[in-house]
Design a protein around this ligand. Structure first.
Ligand SMILES: [Zn+2]
Length: 115
């Protein structure tokens, strides 16, 4: 399963001040690093696998939610349901450090209800 999210943290209107732009082979703009690049990598990957007619996998699931920045209140159930059914889940969340390392764990937030 390939996962990413399409929501960003930026307030409405900020795009006017920092418009999207492409310079050479790089795109710049609000939310590119978190997490539009992740969505783009997944879409291109699936398109390339289809173009190559590559099918050496059982199932390939893509899950892109729109509420990650607020702790996925709606998407959480889908992740919890589909995650355990996979052999591998690859999150396409950008790493803050520009290197080739693969993050195996990352910080998260949790909500608890105290009664
Ligand atoms: Zn993110």
């Amino acid at each position: 399963m390939l996962i990413a999210h399409m929501d960003t943290v930026y307030l409405k209107g900020m795009l006017a001040k920092q418009p999207f732009r492409v310079d050479g082979n790089r795109a710049y703009g609000l939310g590119i690093g978190d997490d539009k690049a992740g969505v783009a990598v997944i879409l291109h990957t699936v398109a390339m696998l289809k173009a190559l007619n590559f099918r050496e996998y059982g199932t390939l699931t893509v899950l892109i939610n729109g509420d990650e920045e607020i702790s996925s209140p709606a998407g959480r159930n889908q992740f919890s349901k589909l995650g355990p059914e996979q052999d591998l889940v690859m999150s396409h969340e950008g790493s803050p450090i520009a290197n080739d390392n693969l993050s195996l764990a990352t910080a998260g937030i949790a909500a608890v209800t105290l009664k």
